[in-house]
Design a protein around this ligand. Structure first.
Ligand code: FAD
Length: 481
C-alpha cells in the first residue's frame, strides 16, 4: 500500500484481516507447497508461507555463474524485516557508485555489493533456520496430477529422479523458469545481454577503494565494481540484435575491444588479466502476463524481470515475494476469493514492472550522444511514452473497489485510485482514506468538510484539519467555493 510520508499521525484502526487460530494452523500444516528455486524471491516466499503455518519444500539448484550485483539500503532493510539475517550479513558495507553518463560524472550514490554465490548460499541457510524444508535438487518438471500436482526433481551426485506430490507450486526459478504452453504471453523489452567477467588486479592506480562505476558508450554501457578484497568485476551490457558475439575463444578479445576505449577501464582494470572467459547473461526486461492460476504462482524474475541498469532486481524479487504468501494463503484458505487474489498479484507485479521500466527509460533518455544507434534508440522509448508520475487532478481521482493486502489476506475494499496509483490507496498511517475523501467531497465549505471529517476521526478537530490539508495537498480535492 502506498503511503505518503507527510500524512498526519493517527491511531491505527483495528487489524482487518482475520487472526489465525491454532486449529487453522494445524490444518495448514497438512497443505504442501513446493517452491521451485532458491533465489531471493523463492526464499522470501517460502519463509512467508512457513510463518503462515504451511509445510513448504524448496528445491534449489546452484547457478552456473558467480555474478556480482549491487543493492540499495531498501534491500538491506527488507532482508532484516524478513529475518533473512545470514543473507543480510553477506552484503558489503555501503560504497559509492559513480555514473559517467551523457559525458558527465553524476552525483555519487551509495550501494552495497552482493557476491551472489555467498548471498544465495546464505539465503538457503536462512530458509532452513526459518523452518523451510530445503532440498538441493534440480527441478525437471511439474504438472497436474488429479487434484494435486507432481514435481519431478533430479537429485545431485547421480541420485536419480524423485517425485513429490504437492498442493501448490511457486515458480521461482528466475529467468530460467520454463514458459509452459498454457501460459499465454509475455511482454519483452529490447533484447539485451550482459557479459560478466572477473579480473586479477593489475598495477595500482591509486584508487583501490571498494566501489563501482557505470559508463555509457555508443553500443551500451559497462559497470565496473571492486569489492573489499580488491577483486574487480566488469559487466558489459549490449543489444542482442546489434551484436555479433564471436566464438568462445575470442570472447575475451571482443570484450577488451570495448573496454579499452573507456576511461573508467583504466581505473579498474589497468594491467589486469581476465579470470576465465566472459559469461553471457540474458538481461532483457520480461513481464509474464499469466503469472497466477488456482494451483501455481510465479514470483520474482519468473514473473517480472527488469533491466539491470537501475539494479533493482533483488528489490523487485523481494517485493513480489512479500505479497505472494498472502496471495497463496487467500487462494488456499478462502477459495471464494481465489480469483481476486490472482488478479491482485497480476496487477501489482505488472504495476511494479512498468514503474521500474519507466524509471529505466527516463535514465536511458538522459544519454543523448548516440541517438542513431539501435541500443539507445529502442531504450529511449521503451516501454511506452507514459510519464513515470502522471499528474493528479481532482477529476482524475476515483473512489472505487479494488483488491488490497490486509494482513495475511487479499480482500476487496474501497480505495482511492489516482493516475499515479491506479491500484488504489486504501489506508495511510492506518486510516482508510476513501471515506475521508467522500465526506470531504460532499461538504459545501471547508469548515463543513472539517466538521464532517472530525466525525470519522474520534471527533478530533485537529486531526480533521490535518487530514483535510493532506487531501488537498495530494490534489484529490477541488477548492471550496
Ligand atoms: C546482468 C544482470 C545484472 C543484474 N544486476 C543486478 C543488480 O546489480 N542488483 C539487483 O538487485 N539485481 C540485479 N539483477 C537482477 C537479479 O539478479 C534478479 O532480479 C534477482 O536475482 C531475481 O531473484 P529471483 O529469486 O526471482 O531469481 P534468481 O535469483 O535467479 O533465483 C532463481 C534460483 O533458481 C535456481 N534454479 C534455476 N533453475 C532451477 C531448477 N531447474 N531447479 C532448481 N533450482 C533452479 C537458480 O539456480 C537460482 O538459484 C541483475 C540481472 C542481470 C541479468
Amino acid at each position: 500500500m502506498t503511503q505518503n510520508k507527510r500524512a498526519p499521525r493517527i491511531k491505527k484502526p483495528q487489524q482487518q484481516a482475520r487472526k489465525h487460530d491454532p486449529e487453522q494452523i494445524r490444518m495448514q500444516k497438512k497443505i504442501g507447497i513446493a517452491v521451485l528455486g532458491g533465489g531471493p524471491a523463492g526464499v522470501a516466499t517460502a519463509t512467508g508461507l512457513v510463518r503462515l503455518g504451511y509445510f513448504v519444500t524448496l528445491f534449489a539448484a546452484p547457478r552456473h555463474f558467480a555474478a556480482l550485483e549491487s543493492v540499495s539500503e531498501h534491500v538491506a532493510e527488507g532482508l532484516r524485516q524478513l529475518g533473512l539475517t545470514e543473507a543480510l550479513a553477506t552484503l558489503s558495507a555501503p560504497s559509492p557508485r559513480r555514473f559517467f553518463w551523457h559525458g558527465q560524472e553524476d552525483a555519487h550514490q551509495e550501494e552495497r555489493l552482493v557476491y551472489r554465490p555467498d548471498f544465495d548460499a546464505a539465503l538457503l541457510r536462512d530458509a532452513r533456520r526459518l523452518g523451510v524444508r530445503v532440498e538441493e535438487a534440480e527441478v525437471k518438471s511439474w504438472q497436474p496430477d488429479g487434484r494435486r500436482l507432481t514435481v519431478k526433481v533430479q537429485l545431485p551426485h547421480g541420485g536419480g529422479v524423485r517425485s513429490l506430490h504437492t498442493d501448490f507450486v511457486v515458480e521461482a526459478r528466475g529467468r530460467t523458469a520454463p514458459f509452459p504452453h498454457h501460459v499465454t504471453g509475455r511482454r519483452r523489452g529490447a533484447e539485451t545481454m550482459s557479459l560478466l567477467q572477473y579480473w586479477h588486479p593489475g598495477a595500482a592506480t591509486g584508487n583501490e577503494h571498494p566501489g563501482s562505476a557505470v559508463q555509457s558508450f555508443a553500443d551500451g554501457w559497462v559497470w565496473f565494481a571492486r569489492g573489499a578484497n580488491g577483486r574487480v568485476y566488469s559487466q558489459l551490457t549490449l543489444d542482442v540484435e546489434q551484436t555479433q558475439l564471436p566464438s568462445k575463444a575470442h570472447l575475451n578479445k571482443f570484450c577488451r575491444g570495448y573496454l579499452k576505449r573507456l576511461e573508467i577501464s583504466r581505473e579498474f582494470i589497468k594491467g589486469a588479466t581476465p579470470v576465465d572467459l566472459p559469461y553471457p547473461r540474458a538481461s532483457t526486461s520480461v513481464l509474464t502476463y499469466d503469472m497466477a492460476d488456482e494451483k501455481s504462482l510465479r514470483v520474482g524474475d519468473a514473473a517480472v524481470a527488469g533491466d539491470p541498469l537501475p539494479g533493482n532486481g533483488i528489490l523487485l524479487a523481494l517485493s513480489t515475494a512479500l505479497q505472494a504468501s498472502a496471495v497463496i494463503h487467500t487462494q488456499l484458505r478462502f477459495p471464494e476469493r481465489a480469483v481476486l487474489a490472482q488478479e491482485f498479484h497480476r496487477q501489482r507485479l505488472s504495476d511494479l514492472f512498468y514503474r521500474f521500466a519507466r524509471t529505466g527509460r527516463d535514465f536511458y533518455a538522459k544519454e543523448t550522444h548516440w541517438p542513431e544507434t539501435a541500443f539507445w534508440q529502442t531504450r529511449h522509448h521503451w516501454p511506452d511514452a507514459e510519464p513515470l508520475y502522471p499528474p493528479t487532478t481532482p477529476q482524475t481521482v476515483d473512489i472505487t473497489y479494488l483488491p488490497v493486502l490486509a494482513g495475511d489476506e487479499i480482500i476487496e475494499t474501497e480505495v482511492v485510485a489516482t493516475p499515479e496509483h491506479p491500484l488504489g490507496i486504501w489506508q495511510v498511517d492506518g486510516v482508510e482514506v476513501a471515506p475521508l475523501l467522500r465526506l470531504a467531497r460532499s461538504a459545501k465549505s471547508e469548515a463543513g468538510a472539517r466538521h464532517a471529517l472530525s466525525g470519522l476521526l474520534n471527533h478530533s478537530s485537529q486531526h480533521a484539519a490535518q487530514w483535510l490539508f493532506w487531501l488537498q495537498e495530494q490534489g484529490w480535492l477541488a477548492d471550496f467555493e
